[in-house]
Ligand binder design. Sequence first.
Ligand code: NAX
Length: 326
Amino acid sequence: MKKPVKVAVTGAAGQIGYALLFRIAAGDMLGPDQPVDLHLLEITPALGALEGVTMELNDCAFPLLNKIVQTDDPNVAFKDCDYALLVGAMPRKQGMERKDLLSANGGIFGPQGKAINDHASRDVKVLVVGNPANTNALIAQQNAPDLDPKCFTAMVRLDHNRAMSQLAEKTGAHNTDIKNVIIWGNHSATQYPDIHHATVKGKDAKPQVDDAWYTDTFIPDVQQRGAAIIKARGASSAASAASAAIDHMRSWALGTPEGEWVSMGIPSEGSYGIEPGVIYGYPCTCKDGKYEIVQGLEINEFSRGKMDATDAELREERAAVEHLFS
Ligand code: NAX
């Protein structure tokens, strides 16, 4: 059996946390031969609820769960951690402007970025789930100057999985027949779900659907799926978000299959004409614990416009939080 790795999860007593922790402990994220220590971070008033979650984790008697640390101190939570899933965030309250939301989250992700900088493993893999995920990841990364910026990623994998599922349903195929969709840009309504390079059962996806369905149904449905879930369930996506977080980390840690890519929100270095620095959804392949952007994809005029629009939103978000960078 391998040596245990340390996995920090913030917002551990929340609804995504409740769907996420048991799967990490069961080995779904890092494999059936990788024991884990769970470092669970919550705000002080939620420590009681966290104790309940911990009791349930213990009651599962998971063979791979080595140890649980519960804390309200980020310095303890991120100590020597190899993986960090930043789920806890400030929810949008009624009447709150996006700008206020961004700043309020800066109060969480700035200090957490600093604690990661000061205490985590030097090649920690950080996934930000808490919204606005891309810009929260940027705030954390900007407060961790001693770490490689590539340690910080944001989750667009739920959108990626939603796109796969909707394309499968439309074409009468199974999810496993769908390869290489892309979510470009922000995890927000400006995200661009792109099927120009996707395949269904090994054949180009785009000619298998009509243009009107692609532009007027598929793209808005993927963009608005979160709102549709809230309307139907009366609560935001939780199990599917947790599942996507597991997928993101598993791909990053264990690799992507040959010839296939996944979508990850990662620091742009200018690929595909995107503003350097913003955390942007790109098609990525992963190998040996590292990710790389898939280069050289042909971008048509339609895609260019959509990719630039979501880039513009991320630049605006960055401008609203720049004062929070260390
Ligand atoms: P919940 O409100 O159920 O749970 C959030 C938890 O975070 C709470 O237990 C809270 O006490 C804790 N928390 C707040 N501030 C904290 C801090 N400073 N340190 C540690 N813990 C803290 O929300 P949940 O449904 O679990 O969603 C969590 C976040 O995921 C939200 O921001 C949500 O918007 C976001 N989502 C992101 C998605 C994505 O694809 N990137 C999709 C799903 C989800 O909407």
